[in-house]
Every structure is written in C-alpha cells, then in structure tokens.
Design a protein. Sequence first.
Lengths: 63, 852
Amino acid sequence: MSIIYLVLPLALLVVLLGVLAFLWATRRGQYDDLDTPAIRVLHDDAPGASAPDHYAGQTETRG
Amino acid sequence: MDDAAPRQFCCAGCRTAYAILREHGLGQYYELPERRDRPVTTSGRTFDEFDHPAFHALYVKATGNGLSRVELYLEGVHCGSCVWLVERVPLILPGVARAELNVRRALATVEWDSAAVPLSRVARTLDSLGYPPHPFRGMRREELRRREDRAALARIGVSGALAANVMLAALALYSGWWSGMEAPIARFFRWMSLALATPALIGPGRVFFQSAWAALRTRTLHMDLPIAIALGAGFVRGAINTVTDTGPIYFDGVVMLVFLLLCGRYLQQRGQRAAADAAELLYSLTPATARVLSADGVAREVPAEAIVPGDLLEVRSGESFAADGVVASGESAVNVALLTGESHPVFTRQGDKVFAGTLNVASPIRVRVTEAGEERRVARILRQVEESAGRRAPVVQLADRLAGWFTAVVVALAVTAFLFWTGRDPEQAIDNAIALLVVTCPCALALATPLAVTAAIGRAARAGIFIKGGEALETLSKPATLFLDKTGTLTEGRTSLVHWEGAEWPKPLVLALERESTHPLAAAVRAAFGNQPAPVPEWSRHVIGGGVEGRVSGHQIVVGSPKFVTSHARPEGAPATEEALRRAPWLITGAPRTDPSSPSAPRDDRGSTAPREDRGGTAPWHDRGGTAPREDRGGTAPWGDDEIEGTGIDGALTPVWVAVDGVVVARAGFGDALRCDTREALDALRARGWRLGILSGDDEHVVRAVGSTLGFAPGECRGGLTPEDKLHAVERARMSGPVVMVGDGVNDAAAIAAATVGIGVHGGAEACLATADIYLTKPGLSSLIELTQGSRRTMAIIRRGIAFSLAYNVVGATLAVVGAINPLIAAVLMPASSLTVLLAAWRGRSFAGEAA
C-alpha cells in the first residue's frame, strides 16, 4: 500500500494542472459569454466566403 | 430581385432585407430554424453623432493595429438569428473587420477601420436590420465587473477541485474506519486533507471571513458571520485533531460548504448583473451631440453636455432633441411617444415647447434651449425612476434582518451549549458547539431560495419570459392590482392601416405619394401597400398637420385629413382620362352603411400587414370589372367624422381620405391595432382575482373606447396621463397593496419602477424595459397568465424548501445541544439536507412552457 504515498501526490499534481487550465481559461474570457457561442456554432459558414474569426484574441484580429 | 418575386413579404423592409442578403450570398438566413417573428422596426436615424470626435473620445478605443473598437447596445436582440445577422451583415461594409454579439446582454463589439468606413454607416446598417444601436457607456465599469465575474468563477473552480479531493480523502477515511486502515496511511490522508483544506479556506473561502469581519466592524448581523465561525472553528478543530492525531477532522464539510456557498452567490449575482446592465440604456435616450448655431449662423457640433440654456440648436428631420427648449423658427411634427406614449406626431411650430429625447420627424427646426443636462424633463423622469428603484430596498432589508436573527439565535445557542457542556464534560463542549454550528449551517436556507428562483428564471426564459429579480415572483404569486398601459401594451403600438373603404386602384397612387415621406401614416401606408408597384409622382408637397398632395400619372392626388382633402381637392378640368374611367369605375357615394362589415367592424388582428382585402367582397363598388360605375357626386364626400368618432373602437382611428382629381375615392382609418390575445388574457386574470386598470397617456375617450371592448369599466380606464401622473397613480395604489405595472414606453418607466413589479412587453422601448423586473418576449399578453401561474408554483417550491430546512435545523440543533450527535455526523447530515432541498428546488416544475 505504500505506493499510495507516490500515487496520491501524482494525482494531486494532475488536479493542479486541471485547476491551472481552468484558471487560464477563465482569465482568457472563455466563460464570459456562455450563450452566444452555442448559437453561433450552429450557423454554417458561407461557402467560399472568409468566415469571421470569432476566436481571435482580445486585441488581435484577422479577417 | 427577380427571384424574390414569387415570395411573400410582409413589408418593403423585409423585401429589401431579402434582396441585400441574397445579393451577398447570405440567403442561408432564410433556412435558420428560429427567425425573429417581430416586425423589423428601423429608427431611421442618421447616427451622425457616431462620427463626432467627442463620441469617439468617449466610446471608441483603438485596438493597436489601426482598427477602432466600439461596444454598442442593440435594441431588439433576442435569438439565434439576431446573432447571425449582426455578425454577418456589417461585414459586407468595406472596412468592418469584426462584429461580435453577446446575445444575453445585447452587446455588440464592432472593430472597423475608421479611415475606410464611418461608424455612422455601420450604425445605420445595424439600424436597418432592426437593431438600433446605442453607445455603451459603462466600459470602465464593465472592465471591473468582468474581473469580478472571472474572480468569482476562479474561486468556484478552485474550491470545487479542492472540495472534490477532500471528499475523496474523507471517503477513504470513512471506509477505512470500518474496514481497518493502517495508522500511517490514515495519518497520511488526514494530513493531505489538511493540506487541501488550507488553500481552500485562505483562497476562495477568504470572502466569507472578509464579509463577516466587515459585518462585525459595522456591528451588523450577517449570514456570513455564523458561516465564518463554523468554517473557522471546524478548520481549527480539524487541524488540532490532525496534529494530535485524535478525533474527527471536519475538512470535508468545511470545504464543501465553501464550494456550495460560492455557487449560490454566483447564481444570485448573475441575476443582479442582468438588471444593472439594462439600466445603462436609460442614458441612450438622448443624442450624445447636438448642432449649436452661433450668433453668426454657423453650426457646429458639440457634445450634449456642453449645451447651456440659451443656445440655439438646429435639429434636422429624423434627429431627436438633445435638450428641452422652445421652437425658435420652423415648423415640424414631433414624435413625443417617449414622454406620452402617444403614437401620432404632434404638430409643432414657433413658440411651442419641445422636450429632449423626443424625435423631430418632419422638417428641420431651430430650438432655443431652456433646460439642458440634469434639468431636462427626461432627466428628471429618469431620476424618479432611479429613486423608485432604490425605494425597493425595504424588502431586501427585511430578508437581511431575518437572516440576522437566525444568525444571532444560532450563535447564542452555540455559546450556551458550549458553556453548558464546559461545566459537565469539557471534552464534549467544543465538539457539541461545532456540531451545532455545522448542522444549523444556513446553507440549505441560503441556497434553496436562489436556486429555486434561478431554476424558475431559466424555465421562464425558455417560455419567453425574462425575469430579472426573484422578488417579482413573490408578488406575482398572489392576485394584486395590475395596471396596463394602452399604447404598445394592449395595442401594437404602431400606426397601421386597419380600415380601407373604397376602391383598390388608388392604392398605388397613394403609395407613390407616401413613398418618400417620414410621416408615420406614410410608413403605415408603405407597410400595407409596399408590395405593389407604384408610379413615380410628377410632384408632391407635404402640408404639415394636413396631408400630402401631388400629381401621379397625370392625376391630382390628395391624401390627408378629411378637412385637408376637402379644402385641397379641386377638380382640374376633366376628372379623369377615358382609360382611367374604364379601368376604375368611379365610386363614391355614401358609403354602404348597410354593409355589415363596415365602420364598426371588429378590428383586424392581423394588424398592419393585412389591409382588409376581404371586406371588398361585400362592397358593391369594389369589383374592378364592375359593371355599374357609380355617378360621381362631386368634390366632397358625404361621410362625416362623427361616424368614425362615435362607433366604439373606431373612435381610436385617424381618418384619412384619398381624393383623385377632386373626387374622394377612398377612405382609410389608421390606428393602433389591439394585440392578438389581449381580451382572453385579461379575462383569465380577472377570473383569478386580479384588479385591472388602464393608465394611458392617450386621449381619455380613446382609452375608454379601447377599454370598453376589453371589458374595462369606464372608471378603470384613465387617459391623458403624463409620466408623472402614472407614477402617482401607481404610488397611490401601492398604499393599499402590491401593484403590478405593465407597459412598453419610456413614459411608463417611472411607473414601472415605482410598482412592486414592473413588466415590459414585447416590442417595448428598450429603455423602459431597463427599469422593468420582467420582460415578455412573446407578442401578446398570454405570457402574463403563464407568469402568474409559474410564480405561484415557484413560491410553493421555495416555501417547501424553507420549511424543510427549518425543520431540519430545529431537529439537528436540538440533537446537537443535548450532545446526541458529534460533529462528524453533523458534517454528514448537513450536506444531505442541503442536497435534498437543492434537488427539490432545481427539479421543481415552476414554469411549464418549454415551447419556443
């Protein structure tokens, strides 16, 4: 059972990574608007037209 | 446009929109599963102020790569197709790089190249889609709020992850308790729990200690106080037990409590945010800039803040006034719907008073400013709105006081139990006190209500009812006094052609004259006849307050009020050409009073888009191939105004006559059609014991006429009210019980805010909806019934939850005081009770309607 002394901290390390990923996503504003992207994803892109880039960062834009 | 031909359009606007979309390969819009059912209303403003440097200084930010970014509030946003339109159509303009919409908040972010395209152009595009934009003034506050929201989410995420892992450790410990766990491993798990609980408490859990400390310093009782004591005591006791390796640790309960409470707070906060958001729009009522004429007659654009009494403003057609003032020169028609709810423009000339926020619809005028800034009438009304909204606080204070009492009782009980047990069994004293604090933790109490309300609000939103605050549900669960506005609430709120008597053939001629006019009646004509081809008039002339005359296809056409038509329509030589006579048998004569569907016919609920083609069948002169052309009787028509005035609801109609070559050939009634299911909804509410009444800014006998068709007693219909009168009426009624106010206009805003519950209806002015607690997105008033029933069910769910958690607390507290349960059992019982209450709250069917 002494393996648990190794495995448990490892598991907690994974949790830490998860928490850090969550914090990163929160800071990036991924949770700011939970309604619109759900609607937006259903709209097909116009064939041939360059689609608007909704996932460009807060300050940079392409398109 | 050709492929548009076989399609049916409700109005010219839809056809134009269709053409634009097709032209740019965006025809997919018409395949979208949910499209807006609301008619597109374009404000028609020029949005020139959007290009002014002062505007840019206030609202526009540079993005750093040569583009500019602005955030705009859009009116009328509510569904998936709105997202589609707002995010695609502006991109058609060269220079627009990005358009993004947050549909919940109706906030659009636009990035564009200010060198390539002016912002006013973008604004006009959005306006033409039916989303009039307003600058978003709260950018700085928005940044703060965004940070707060993210911080709250981060706290929830961190405490959730920690709580889950502490729970896992606790599970291992509990099962180890029964099956036998090696002491070193058990110790390892206990230390691990301590290691996880510590960051949970000093990180996310800190907020409770902070607010408890703040409450202590201000000597007030707050729900957070016992929470902080329980958290602190549980943690300290657990830590001591961990170090000494004896007795239970409470980390699982403590950390779970932090997580659940943070979740509850977040849900509550989000609801409050929505309310605060919408209030922003109140500031968008008046233009941001105005043109001030200096003494030498040079106009320069200045920010609205810089206007002072005595300035001379130039206000063009289609612009709204930035300040109150007196017309110095010119004459025009002013749409004062903002202040009175009256949908017809008021004829205004030199010496007349105009008010900020109202819209100049006809021709340019100059206005001498009398009141500016905070002294303007609209600003005073908004102040009343804010004051009324602030006065709602007593309800909140009461809830806080109750929570305070609860807190005081729990803390006193814990201290008593501690002192009592210290005398007999010091070992047990601290455990029993902690058990008491943990088991009576008000988290079921604190969470059940917000959760039930949040669940109800979510369900209601799917039924087309947007509820901003939970308090409204309480009022609506019991019958009370309900006041309704007339224009826009009981009726559609826009002028439409509801009555056409006479031949069909003059319609294109009328349309030809009205095509370019900004007059609301002209808009109604376009809405009704827009799909017909119309010739181009040779000349036309508008007479303010009268009508329009002109020459189309060689005929003199006069359209306008009966007085105007009779005075202007004069035969010019031959009444008409041979050809016209053959094509269109002259009518005119006494209107067929025997015609059963004639003047007092029931109003057509289909509203503006359906002129009464069907009625024609009963009118002998309607048939185009008519074999019996009637003899022309001359320039005046035999109808009198009295008939229109006197017959029930038609009293609300504005008569308009059409004369061709001096002969009155048709008679139209323009008015405001009733919303479709008004009568049924009102009857259902009456049957449930609600006391109903109308408060309207419209003319008293128009209000009576409409009211009587809806089953109102004359005493229940009050007309001719100013916004201030409405406010007073609501305040008076509040003295004898809760009052619900339903309205749509800014003139209702103060009354809506003053009422116990304010409800804004489908299609209302966004600025009025800002002050409302509830917004109905479905046309018609049937949502009101759903709303009252859903509120009743929600309140039942909340009451059950509170009763359960109180009963549980009383039993738990008793057991803890007598020492029958130790903190460990209390820590298990606490989440069990919470979960029961929360599940009941979440699952409870409050609002049934899931249908779109």
